[in-house]
Design a protein around this ligand. Structure first.
Ligand SMILES: Nc1ncnc2c1ncn2[C@@H]1O[C@H](COP(=O)(O)OP(=O)(O)OP(=O)(O)O)[C@@H](O)[C@H]1O
Ligand SMILES: [Mg+2]
Length: 236
């Protein structure tokens, strides 16, 4: 198999230009990138270097101004709204710094919601959500409302929600950004464990050297371009 057919994600010449009234910004300025199933990759770089924009583009939350993005051999850079929504629902799990959870719902209901959207029946939902909350160490807190959980517990719910649909790719934008360092490390360790157990590809951004150190591969962005892309030795 050639590298192109084996790869899960391939970006070629990807740019994203934001135009405002007075000026334009090249948030992503020509990125070529290949990732394989099961990789655990960190995207780092200064504030404004394009990390969030790149994660949004790969997750089809946004579309490139030019260039192509392939996922599993399929071009996902110009999908319609409904096609991109379906792609996100079936292939991608998102974890954001601000959690994006529904505050009035319980931990259980926030995770279950993903399966409801997939049309999965109640018995199966119950089984899977219970197992997933257990896997992230939240079995006891399943019936708590989001507003009654700590930041770290909320982020665990967000990780459970990202993984419940068995996505082949998890995109995490500063998943430990709002957490104290011990809690942050427990979140990255959790993502790492799920990556190893399930072979889920994880691409996350971070500013924190301790969190960056967990990745097998580090991609450094600067001014919207890949400045460095290298393997790292594992944290044991
Ligand atoms: N919606 C937008 N409209 C205009 N410019 C934007 C928009 N979103 C991002 N930008 C600009 O694009 C560039 C890249 O932003 P991006 O959010 O991708 O950076 P980042 O690496 O995630 O930064 P941070 O570490 O601060 O989160 C920045 O110059 C930013 O100001
Ligand atoms: Mg960002």
């Amino acid at each position: 198999m050639s590298d192109a057919t084996k790869s899960q994600i391939t970006l070629r010449g990807v740019t994203r230009v934001y135009r405002t009234n007075s000026h334009q910004v090249q948030a992503v300025a020509g990125v070529d990138l290949t990732m394989h199933q099961g990789e655990f990759v960190c995207l780092a770089g200064p504030s404004g270097s394009g990390k969030s924009t790149l994660l949004h583009l790969i997750g089809t939350l946004d579309q490139p101004s030019s260039g192509t993005i392939h996922f599993g051999g399929r071009d996902i850079s110009g999908l319609s709204r409904s096609a991109s929504a379906l792609f996100r629902r079936t292939a991608v799990g998102f974890v954001f710094q601000t959690f994006n959870l529904i505050p009035v719902l319980t931990a259980f209901e926030n995770v279950e919601y993903v399966l409801l959207l997939q049309g999965i029946g109640a018995a199966e939902r119950n089984k899977r959500v219970t197992m997933m909350l257990d896997a992230v160490g939240l079995a006891e807190l399943a019936q708590r409302r989001i507003t009654d959980l700590s930041g770290g517990q909320q982020q665990r719910v967000a990780v459970a929600r990202a993984l419940i649909g068995n996505p082949s790719l998890v995109l995490a934008d500063e998943p430990t950004g709002n957490l104290d360092s011990a809690t942050g490390e427990s979140i990255i360790a959790l993502l790492r464990r799920l990556n190893e157990e399930r072979g889920t590809t994880v691409l996350y951004s971070s500013h924190d050297p301790r969190i960056i150190a967990w990745a097998d591969r580090l991609i450094l962005l600067q001014d919207g371009k890949i400045f460095e892309d290298h393997r790292q030795t594992k944290v044991e």
